[in-house]
Design a protein around this ligand. Structure first.
Ligand code: ASP
Length: 439
């Protein structure tokens, strides 16, 4: 039987009721042998995530403010979970664990150590509850002395360690450097740990359990009850995430993608739902014309025209060097005959816009240069669009029917993505129009 690695995010482990759901999910399938947990997340809207509380403890610590009461909130929350799950002190000595953390804090522990204790305590608790082994991520997830993750050494150590355990709970989010100092991934990093464990276990699937039914075809704040996505390829996911759709930490893709392991996003609150499967290539016949629509607002388009631009040597190079001077990266650069547009994120440009435009005028002497602010970009993504005629026509007709003016068009060479620019004010309406035309 193959192995499944199941990672449960903060909302899936927020309290006792959630942890009991997690137990039921795990015990319903014996191939779920390795479990990776986040720290408890929010139990209700105004609640504070455990990790945020722990970072706050650290902020108090470094600013010489009293942190003890704050840390007590952390301890009380774990103790309450242990109590309601029926884990007694002789199974897991929580007061001893708290004392050790307090001691480290008194010695001036770093932010990474303190923040990681949410995952650590939660996983210790849950391992005790299940009667499973606990593997400390500090012993198997390796970072170098500069805090960079070491993929291969980790894979070696972790694979060997997993072989020693039939079942185990492993905390997400952190590992350790060669001196044993705790290092965390960036926020949301338990997704990465899950992926690393799946690779090391040679799992048949990496299940990522969260509180949604996987990826939706578009933003539910814009389209009511959008259809869920059943299958999505890594490349489609990358394109949609880049444009703002997010469920999974971006860095969680690499370990499993390399190993050819699919990711299955599932909902802890609705375990029967199949969720979304992310894989290299979506199965034949499963795909619609488009897979998803995502976008974001607030871009700037700098459009220039210069007669015979295309035959002018070094034109592009000079533009790039101007952007470099102002430390601005561009999102897209659609070109036409004698025209070129630069699409940049307005938060990157800040108050440098006029200087950039002046430099372009001076250095490139375009015949015209126009700046359009308040532009939104919308990506329509789908493997099914490749080689299929009429997709662009359908998309543009849908927008034209709503009277939406398209300010820019860019289709990547892979043909799985058409990006359009519209005015910020048309953003939501344009997404709805595209959704209704294709889905
Ligand atoms: N607990 C960490 C965070 O809130 C990591 C995670 O949950 O993935 O960012």
């Amino acid at each position: 039987m193959g192995i499944k690695v199941a990672k449960f995010g903060g909302s899936s482990v927020a309290d006792t009721i959630q942890l009991m759901k997690v137990r039921d999910i795990i015990s319903s399938d014996p191939s779920r042998r390795y479990v990776v947990l986040s720290a408890p997340g929010k139990r209700y809207e105004q609640d504070t995530k455990m990790t945020d509380l722990l970072y706050l403890c650290h902020t108090h610590l470094v600013n010489h403010l009293p942190w003890d009461q704050l840390f007590q909130v952390v301890c009380d929350r774990f103790s309450a979970i242990a109590f309601t799950l029926g884990i007694s002190q002789d199974i897991l000595d929580l007061p001893k664990e708290y004392a050790k953390i307090r001691e480290e804090m008194e010695k001036g522990a770093g932010a990474d150590y303190i923040a990681s204790r949410g995952e650590y305590l939660n996983s210790r608790l849950f391992a005790a509850y299940l009667g499973w082994d606990f593997i400390d991520a500090a012993d198997v997830i390796r970072f170098d002395e500069r805090g960079r993750f070491l993929a291969e050494p980790t894979n070696e150590v972790l694979s060997a360690e997993l072989k020693k355990h039939k079942t185990a709970v492993i905390p997400g989010f952190y590992g350790a450097d060669p001196s044993g100092k705790i290092v965390t991934f960036s926020r949301g990093g338990s997704d990465i740990t899950g992926s690393i464990v799946a690779r090391a276990a040679k799992a048949e699937v990496y299940e990522n359990w969260t509180d949604v039914h996987g990826f939706l075809t578009t933003d539910p704040r814009i389209v009511k009850d959008p259809q869920p996505i059943k299958y999505i390829s890594y490349q489609e996911l990358r394109e949609l995430s880049y444009m703002g759709a997010s469920v999974l930490h971006e860095d969680a893709i690499f370990p499993v993608r390399e190993a050819g392991i699919p990711i299955n996003i599932r909902n802890t609150n609705d375990p029967e739902h199949p969720g979304t499967i992310i894989l290299e290539k979506t199965p034949e016949g499963s795909m619609g014309v488009i897979t998803g629509i995502a976008g974001s607002k607030d871009f700037i388009v700098i459009a220039m025209h210069k007669y015979m631009m295309t035959s002018e040597r070094g034109f592009m190079k000079r533009i790039l060097s101007i952007l470099d001077t102002y430390d601005i990266s561009f999102e897209h650069m659609p070109t036409g005959i004698d025209t070129l547009s630069l699409v940049v994120d307005s938060s990157q440009v800040g108050n440098k816009l006029q200087d950039v435009v002046d430099d372009i005028k001076r250095s490139l002497e375009p015949d015209t240069i126009d700046v359009y602010e308040d532009i939104a970009l919308i990506a329509t993504v789908g493997q099914g669009m490749t080689y299929r005629p009429g997709v662009a026509a359908k998309l543009f007709t849908a927008l034209a029917d709503k009277g939406i003016n398209i300010r820019m068009i860019d289709q990547g060479s892979s043909e799985i993505n058409i990006i359009i620019g519209v005015a910020n004010k048309d953003f939501e309406e344009a997404i709805r129009a595209i959704y209704n035309a294709f889905i």
